[in-house]
Design a protein around this ligand. Structure first.
Ligand code: HEM
Length: 357
């Protein structure tokens, strides 16, 4: 029997059980029904173990009845995007991360502001791309089942599907998020980690979001996909100590790599982009960890994973084997997808992802 069907059966059982549970407990006791009490406790433990809805109110297959084709529609949009614009893979994965770290995974990254004061207007988000892909998926889903699927869930699904489409792992995405109706530029500055962060700043920021040191080591490998602007790391090439002397590069960055990067990135360059995982920037693999061990991680936030025993061990192990990394990536993405979610009657299901209803 498919897992989803088991969930549905358990859900029906739960509905039935809920009406039973609403009987006053003292009535059961008064009638001396020890059997009832024992059944009650047994059912409670079964439901606790198998309840498909997690503590955040999300569950796998949330739209199974209300919009059964949603996952297929998103998957097709992701596949089509990857065939026509593969460079959007990194951008769409990053978009989900930037949504979740700011006000939770509530689609607030997608909201437009008439005065350019929403999250997407914050400097770290100016390099996000691919909003039109989310809009396209939303439009196709709205035709199939209007007003049912949240934009925040579309972000979570598409992040999974583009990783899988670039030869990466796949995982079951929990759905049931609802969309927020607030998006504030300063929230993005305050919540997104910066490329200059050191290990303790990264650990603190991840822990503030309920993510562990391991999640940090795992999710940082999202940098196996995509590109970066020179300005995100040029401080590591020029004037690292701020003393303005020549050859003032970050000593933790491989000097040969510094020389190569300097050819592409001139000081004060604001437009050039470089592959973060040169040669395989559009394939999801474990090369990120190989680069970091070779001191070729592009950002200080990548290099600093070698400054903590736990993250260093994770990086070194997964530079030589990718299987457990692939498994861990799915687990950490699911965890990231639970940050600050709105569920139940909170928030709304936006009709258009860039606007509140
Ligand atoms: C650990 C803290 C992190 C920092 C400081 C960080 C920082 C950055 C920066 C500065 C860029 C380049 C932006 C540009 O110049 O265009 C970037 C790109 C990217 N980041 Fe991160 N990031 C972090 C974590 C993550 C996580 C958790 C993921 C996803 C799981 C992720 C996925 C990506 C991807 C895929 C790109 C490439 C985007 C593209 O191709 O357009 N990053 N990141």
């Amino acid at each position: 029997m498919p897992t989803s069907r088991i969930y549905w059966r358990l859900h029906s059982l739960q509905q039935h059980f809920k009406s039973e549970a609403s009987l006053p407990l003292n009535l059961a006791m008064a009638t001396g029904s020890k059997l009832f009490l024992s059944l009650f406790l047994q059912l409670l433990s079964i439901l606790f173990l198998f309840n498909p809805t997690n503590a955040q109110g999300l569950k796998i297959g949330f739209y199974e009845k209300s919009c059964p084709k949603v996952e297929l529609i998103v998957k097709n949009v992701a596949a089509d995007t990857m065939s026509k614009a593969p460079s959007l893979a990194g951008a769409l994965l990053r978009m989900f991360f930037h949504d979740c770290f700011v006000r939770g995974c509530d689609g607030s990254i997608l909201l437009d502001s008439p005065t350019n004061q929403s999250e997407k207007d914050a400097f770290p988000n100016l390099s996000l791309r691919g909003y039109q892909i989310i809009d396209r998926a939303k439009a196709e889903i709205e035709k199939e089942c209007p007003g049912v699927v949240s934009c925040s869930d579309i972000l979570a699904l598409i992040a999974r599907d583009i990783v899988a489409a670039r030869n990466g792992p796949s995982w079951e995405v929990e759905t049931g998020r609802r969309d927020g109706n607030v998006s504030i530029i300063t929230d993005a500055f305050q919540n997104l980690p910066g490329p200059g962060f050191n290990i303790s700043q990264l650990i603190t920021r991840f822990q503030q979001k309920g993510l562990s040191v391991k999640d940090l080591a795992v999710l940082s490998a999202g940098h196996t996909l995509g590109v970066s602007h020179c300005f995100s790391f040029s401080n590591r090439l020029y004037n690292f100590t701020g003393k303005g002397i020549n050859n003032d590069a970050d000593p933790t960055l491989d000097p040969n790599y510094v020389a190569k990067l300097k050819v592409k990135c001139k000081p004060a360059d604001t437009t050039t982009i470089v592959e973060m995982d040169p040669g395989s920037f559009s394939t999801f693999d474990n090369d990120y960890y190989k680069l970091v061990t070779k001191r070729r991680g592009l950002f200080q936030s990548d290099a600093t994973l070698l400054d903590n025993a736990e993250t260093k061990a994770y990086v070194e192990l997964h530079a030589i084997q990718k299987e457990s990394f692939f498994q861990d990536f799915g687990v950490s993405m699911v965890k990231m997808g639970r940050i600050g979610v709105l569920t139940g009657i909170q928030g709304e299901i936006r009709k258009v992802c860039s606007k509140v209803n």
